[in-house]
Design a binder for this molecule. Structure first.
Ligand SMILES: C[S@@+](CC[C@H](N)C(=O)[O-])C[C@H]1O[C@@H](n2cnc3c(N)ncnc32)[C@H](O)[C@@H]1O
Length: 299
């Protein structure tokens, strides 16, 4: 029986699950996991089969084995791997998603960092915040909005906001800063009015004053070397709703990379269903009003 979703995107039909095909799929999933940290359980097989079938059709490959060979040996420059990654990621996000964490940033985290630096007599340097993964940009732009709206310290301190993701398609959309109504559904009309311009096509363009303060770059959290080489150290990292796609081994490796990317005493904010406690002992658990945050242990 065909499914309604089979009609989406004119995708190739789902192949029959033979033992040989299962074996090839296992090898393919291992290859993909090694490069991205993303781990797909059996429950996600329908999603994986569909996305892989679409990529194979786009490349004119009829066998999964041939497709994997192409990825391993013929994908000079990694163009197909990137197209596959872009197809396999789940990019769901919203402006002001889990907004209480942004409030905590403005009311507790940044004031604490500023006070600690002043007490240590550290020279003034920009406060650095990283949204990894940032998907289509709603998270780093929300951070910028929250700081403008709710942190008086902004008048005295330079703040840098970076957004990174493994997916190049969402990064292009983040840089463009053009959104559908759905992405704004948690925002008050006052915030919409202050930070967006409605376009004639019914979309919403983020105000240039916000677009200019957030910089975007491609980063793979599972690539420890790239993490080390990329963008320097941060005071606060938002790594929300990514570790849910990793298995424990990839989470532990990610925890070590995030730890390295933080300044001494820096803070790590995870998504509401994610936790560091079981994964890593590198961080101290800090409890703020309604929010648990992980802090890099000093020394
Ligand atoms: C569900 S979105 C979360 C976006 C945002 N942080 C939020 O909570 O609304 C997950 C994002 O993780 C990105 N992603 C998946 N694997 C990644 C990796 N290894 N490194 C960096 N980003 C990754 C995906 O491309 C996707 O945009």
């Amino acid at each position: 029986m065909s499914r309604l979703s089979d009609r989406i995107g004119h995708a190739a039909p789902r192949p029959a699950p033979t033992a040989e095909r299962e074996d090839e799929m296992e090898r393919f999933l291992e290859f993909f996991y090694r490069r991205t940290g993303m781990h797909f359980t059996a429950a996600k097989r329908y999603f994986v089969d569909r996305r892989v079938a679409e990529r194979m059709a786009a490349l004119g490959q009829s066998s999964l084995r041939g497709y994997l060979m192409h990825l391993r040996y013929d994908d000079a420059g990694g163009a197909e791997l990137q197209a596959l990654i872009n197809a396999m990621t789940v990019n769901e996000t919203d402006f002001y998603r889990e907004e209480y964490q942004f409030r905590c940033l403005a009311q507790s985290l940044l004031p604490e960092i500023v006070a600690r630096r002043a007490a240590a007599g550290e020279p003034a340097s920009p406060l650095r915040i990283w949204s990894l993964p940032c998907s289509t940009g709603e998270e780093p732009y929300s951070i910028a909005m929250q700081l403008i709206e709710g942190w008086a310290g902004l008048a005295e301190h330079d703040v840098e906001i970076h957004g990174s993701d493994i997916d190049t398609t969402v990064l292009a959309r983040a840089r463009a800063g053009l959104y559908d109504e759905r992405a704004l559904h948690l925002l008050s009309s006052a915030l919409r009015g202050r930070y967006f311009q409605a376009t004639q096509e019914g979309q919403f363009r983020i105000d240039p004053s916000l677009r200019e303060v957030v910089t975007f770059s491609q980063v793979n959290l599972s690539d420890a070397q790239q993490m080390r080489a990329t963008v320097g150290r941060f005071d606060v990292i938002f790594c929300r709703n990514l570790l849910i796609y990793f298995d424990d081994a990839a989470r532990r490796a990610a925890a070590a990379s995030l730890f390295e990317s933080l300044r001494e005493g820096g803070f790590l904010c995870l998504g509401h269903s994610e936790s560091m406690s079981r994964i890593s002992s590198l961080f101290t658990v800090r409890k703020f009003a309604d929010v648990i945050v992980y802090q890099k242990r000093s020394g």
